[in-house]
Design a binder for this molecule. Structure first.
Ligand code: SF4
Ligand code: SF4
Length: 364
């Protein structure tokens, strides 16, 4: 049986608690080994703060403004459904859900039957629900993917990259909230999982919903957009049918075994090199090393999305599906992607009166 992830162990949760809070005291009493590194990370400049080298007086109000807007929508994630239930077959509802989500902006939609391991064991990120056991699980998961603009992501790790990240969070939240509201109107329960308010880790659920594979960089690698996407989910008791997985993503992990570009370009050395750890069936990613970069740089970095040949459209999926040696094909592709398409210039509408702080970036 697959082990559940405890949200309290995630970096986002650990960095969300205030020092001395009940969550803080409980967690480090049970995990004293994590306290020194977490306290050190907490003492670094705040994400997006003016002390960080990527601070932009034009980009940061957008980033903070949209994150604030998303937080204000949290009361909408779990609302009672209409008492009048509309009955349709699972085939009809599946077509309706996929069609509605796409109409509402989703670039990719997949459905999976939710197993207990898809959910976190306990909540952790928000202090008011810290330690709550996740129960009363809904049986179906609808995974929503929206593409990000690679031209903005190639500005990573500068602030325009984070402007695009936050736009991605906004887009997936709008689609999920609108779809969930429609499902409730049809008389079924629907719980949205969006920025800052999740009951499940999204990447494994997206893999099981047939939308992609887990890449070395810890992200979902999709066929259409590589890892240049944001994800949200809606869980529901509306009767649905699972999306078939197919074989298209079977060779992605072997491709990653031969590629290593994200690992080589990661400024924090957070991404492992070498082949997949067969025992763990996962890449062992250091969220602490990654988060240290975020706090030192001031953005959510994004270099591993930009550096991926799947983001750059450099991988021929037909060739990947046909080759018996995905590792060798990856090495060939990696040679042509040694220099990632970094663009230090912000778009015109984010250019201010002062020179952009690429000089500071060079010091990172
Ligand atoms: S976001 Fe940056 S620091 Fe984190 S894993 Fe990706 S490249 Fe490394
Ligand atoms: S950069 Fe290479 S190793 Fe990293 S996720 Fe993309 S394909 Fe895999």
């Amino acid at each position: 049986m697959k082990k559940k992830v405890d949200e309290r162990d995630t970096m986002f949760a650990r960095m969300a608690w205030s020092v001395g809070s009940a969550a803080y005291e409980d967690y480090y009493a049970r995990n004293p080994d994590k306290k020194p590194i977490d306290d050190e990370l907490r003492a670094l400049p705040g994400l997006g703060s003016q002390e960080t080298p990527t601070y932009s007086p034009l980009a940061n109000p957008i980033i903070d403004g949209i994150f604030g807007l998303l937080a204000s929508w949290h009361p909408l994630v779990d609302v009672e459904p209409s008492p009048i239930k509309i009955e349709q077959s699972p085939e009809t509802w599946t077509k309706w859900v996929k069609g509605t989500a796409t109409y509402l902006g989703a670039d990719l939609v997949g459905i999976l039957a939710m197993k207990p391991h898809h959910y976190y064991s306990h909540r952790g990120r928000r202090e008011e629900v810290y330690g709550e056991k996740i129960s009363n699980l809904l049986p179906w998961g609808i995974i929503i993917v929206r593409a990000m603009d690679p031209h903005m992501i190639h500005r990573a790790p500068l602030a325009p990259q984070t402007v695009e990240t936050v736009r991605g969070y906004l887009n997936v939240a709008v689609t999920a909230l609108s779809l969930a509201s429609s499902i409730r109107q049809a008389g079924y329960r629907a719980r949205v999982h969006m920025d800052g308010n999740y009951l499940l880790p999204l990447v494994p659920a997206a893999v099981d919903a047939g939308l992609g594979a887990l890449g070395r960089n810890g992200l979902l690698i999709t066929k259409e957009f590589g890892p240049c996407v944001r994800i949200s989910a809606v869980t529901t008791d509306m009767p649905l049918l699972e999306t078939s997985k197919g074989t298209i993503f079977d060779k992605v992990q072997r491709f990653c075994s031969g590629c290593n570009l994200c690992s080589a370009m990661c400024p924090g050395k957070a991404i492992p090199t070498g082949p997949l750890d067969k025992m763990k069936d996962n890449w062992i990613f250091s969220s602490e090393k990654c988060y240290r970069v975020w706090r030192n740089v001031g953005t959510d970095c994004g270099v591993c999305i930009s550096s991926c040949p799947f983001t750059q459209g450099a991988v021929d999926w037909t060739k990947l599906a046909e080759t018996e040696a995905p590792e060798e094909y990856a090495q060939e592709i990696a040679l042509s992607c040694q220099k990632r398409p970094f663009n230090p210039d912000p778009p015109e509408w984010l250019k201010g009166e002062r020179a952009w702080q690429t000089a500071s970036y060079q010091k990172i």
